[in-house]
Design a protein around this ligand. Sequence first.
Ligand code: GLU
Ligand code: ZN
Length: 322
Amino acid sequence: MSRKSKVESRKQTIVGRFAPSPTGEMHLGNVLAALLSWLSAKQQGGLWRLRIEDLDPQRSRREYAEQLMRDLEWLGLPWDGEVVWQSERTEVYEQYLNQLASIREIRGIRTDSLIYPCTCTRNEILAAQAPHESDGRIVYPGTCRPNRLSTFDFRLSTKKAATRLMVPDEQIEYTDRVYGLQTVNLATHCGDFIVRRSDGVFAYQLAVVVDDALMGVTEIVRGRDLLLSAAQQIYLYRLLGFPVPQFCHHPLLINEAGQRLCKRDQSLAVSAMRQHITAPEIIGLLAYTIGLTPTREVLTPEQILPLFTWSKIGQQDLCCSL
Ligand code: GLU
Ligand code: ZN
């Protein structure tokens, strides 16, 4: 390789990542997210990084994180570089929260600060909810949003308050690798959203953007349950001046009853499956279920690499039984 093309290829390094929350044992659905992001990054000669999303001290457990790392090694999904632990990065998030606080103007909004304290309870927000929001989403009605002339300084607030970020009334557009063009208006999708909880814990949306950006992540592969969260994240990428990565959401695994697999399905925890099934059997089953192989085979992630292409990944959720 010539010197010039070496420099060019370094500039374009693909970085994928797996960002599990250690709130339970790793199950098949998590393995699918890990496998697809690993395949996509590795096939392009990229790096694959691991970040433990242990922001919430109440729900995260160190044992789950350690088990998860052992499971990834056992599955044949090695990560590159140091593991990033969100619980150790509070100061970094604080710094970017301050950056948001200093923004005074975005399209349609002029303010003293783009973030503000909110003391609403969940019930108060639900009571103010427009009746058409029947899909379980909560749209914050802006009750605590200060008006432009307000001199309130959230940093002087002594009341225990969550911190919200103002969102403009405009469409955010992005093209997901699997689900295509998405158009989301944050004002009607979620309203001003929380960037730090009232107990001081930074919100997922802020932490995930700051970390992915600082880790140099260029593509985000994860389950389609987070497809619309990407809109909030793109808004944050733009406000903080970071380049927006490629989003690739994948269909979810469901059981025979049509419910998505979750951490409560103990039988599908990797640690339980390890007792009676080999890693290449699990990987082969997932590759078959997601459409990468025509038949169920026994394969390592390395062996699936040449078979992987996003065009084989459909949008329908998939039933997966052992
Ligand atoms: N930590 C999240 C989860 O385990 C995933 C976040 C992401 O991939 O952006 O569901
Ligand atoms: Zn409020």
